[in-house]
Design a protein around this ligand. Structure first.
Ligand SMILES: *Cc1c(COP(=O)(O)O)cnc(C)c1O
Length: 418
């Protein structure tokens, strides 16, 4: 990018942005009567305007049809997930049958580990990031305990090298190699929530399989942010939430990916509920569980209609915009913000510099009065996110953030330190 740091440049980049109209599809929280500069789409994405309409339609059909809405609602509740699956699958590079929209993220991570972490042989160990999201630590630890094993002996934590913030791929591969005989599972956050580092899932998955283990990923910060190719990369399983980059509302319905090589195996142990049964027999009320083919065979309960209605509103926007275009804009937008912030001496960016090692988020360490800076930004209508002990995360989201937003953020940081 030919770099000149003016608001005019930012505005002309916005003018030229072919995705610029998507911003109008979202509702922005207000500050002093104006749209906020919203940089926390990595934490809770904004509300698509259509979400309210779609939820109201379900309330209306519930009122109109009662129980018969399972079949008569304009989007029938019995098969509601089918309205979502192909769109969700495109976002993560999966076949439709490899994805099921269901439950919430931590629940799904536990359900998937029931199937994919089975330490019945000498393979008992799990490799994960030392700085993983707390829910992932808890889930992994309890799965290990559930099998009567001691977490401190069976969980291997990946650390960055001294003085570094991100974990090198070569170090991950070396850990896999070192533990190759006892390794059951590698479970990483696809994009680390704290540093914003994107792990090279393709290379890591290949290595995991080479040593005979399973590769599963929590894609909470990757889905809708990075172009993923879960099927082609041969990932065994994955799960993600819908309320971060996927803009589907607080506590929104989550999704799973199960590669077809596993999804088509009915003998794979799993926990079950009636919604995971073969669909044609679901309402026959038989006592024998016959898992549906594909990821649907992991479903437990009947569909969370209201939350799925909001998800549908968002997935339609992702389908219309396309992940490739979103990602293309994202690399430019985050690169632009990085250049602006790079010149501020009080700020250190700990997210990797290479575009293929990160999503849209930049994690900033403010060397001087960090908490005051965070509050200053907040008071100026710039919404960022504070993570203990000292990181401010900012995520310019390609779906609705502008180059101008980035310019304002950088100028405001400079103003704070001037
Ligand atoms: C956001 C996030 C979660 C949150 O889990 P919920 O079950 O949706 O509350 C879990 N893991 C990771 C990596 C996350 O980023």
């Amino acid at each position: 990018m030919n770099f000149n740091n003016t608001i005019e440049l930012a505005q002309s980049l916005d003018q030229a942005d072919e995705l610029k109209s998507y911003r109008d599809q979202f509702i922005f929280p207000q500050h002093s009567g104006k749209d906020t500069y919203y940089f926390t789409g990595n934490s809770l994405g904004l509300q698509p305007r259509k979400a309210q309409q779609y939820i109201l339609e379900e309330l209306e059909d519930w009122g109109k049809y009662g129980v018969e809405g399972h079949f008569l609602a304009r989007r029938n509740w019995f098969g509601y997930h089918h309205f979502l699956t192909d769109k969700a699958a495109k976002i993560v590079g999966a076949k439709t049958a490899e994805v099921a929209v269901m439950n919430t993220l931590s629940v799904n991570l536990n359900l998937l580990m029931v199937s994919f972490y089975r330490p019945v042989t000498k393979r008992t160990k799990i490799i994960m990031e030392a700085a993983a999201f707390p829910s992932d630590h808890y889930a992994v630890q309890q799965q290990v305990r559930f099998h009567g094993l001691n977490p401190s002996e069976h969980i291997i934590l990946l650390h960055p090298r001294d003085g570094e913030y991100c974990i090198r791929t070569e170090d991950i591969l070396a850990q896999i190699e070192e533990n190759k005989d006892g390794l059951a599972l590698v479970m990483l956050g696809g994009v680390n929530y704290y540093t914003g580092q994107f792990f090279d899932l393709q290379t890591i998955t290949e290595k995991v399989h080479q040593v005979g283990a399973i590769a599963g990923y929590d894609l909470a910060h990757a889905a809708g942010n990075i172009v993923l190719k879960l099927h082609d990369w041969n990932v065994d399983f994955a799960c993600w939430c819908s309320y971060k980059y996927l803009n589907s509302g607080p506590g929104g319905v989550a999704s799973i990916f199960v590669h077809e090589k596993h999804g088509n195996n009915p003998d794979l142990p799993r926990f079950a509920g009636w919604w995971g049964n073969e669909e044609k027999d679901r309402f026959l009320m038989k006592s024998e569980f016959i898992p549906a083919i594909g990821a649907n065979g992991w479903q437990q309960s009947n569909a969370q209609i209201f939350s799925m209605a909001a998800h549908l509103a968002s997935l339609e926007l992702f389908e219309a915009a396309g992940m490739d275009k979103l990602r293309h804009k994202s690399e430019t937008l985050t690169g632009y913000l990085e250049q602006l912030i790079h010149y501020i001496p009080q700020i250190k960016i700990i997210t990797p510099t290479a575009p293929n090692e990160r999503g849209c988020q930049l994690s900033l360490i403010a060397l001087d009065r960090p908490k005051d800076l965070f509050k200053f930004l907040q008071n100026h209508g710039i919404i960022t996110d504070w993570r203990e002990p000292d990181v401010i995360r900012v995520a310019p989201v390609p779906m609705y953030n502008r180059f101008e937003d980035c310019w304002i953020l950088a100028e405001s940081i400079k103003e704070f330190y001037s």
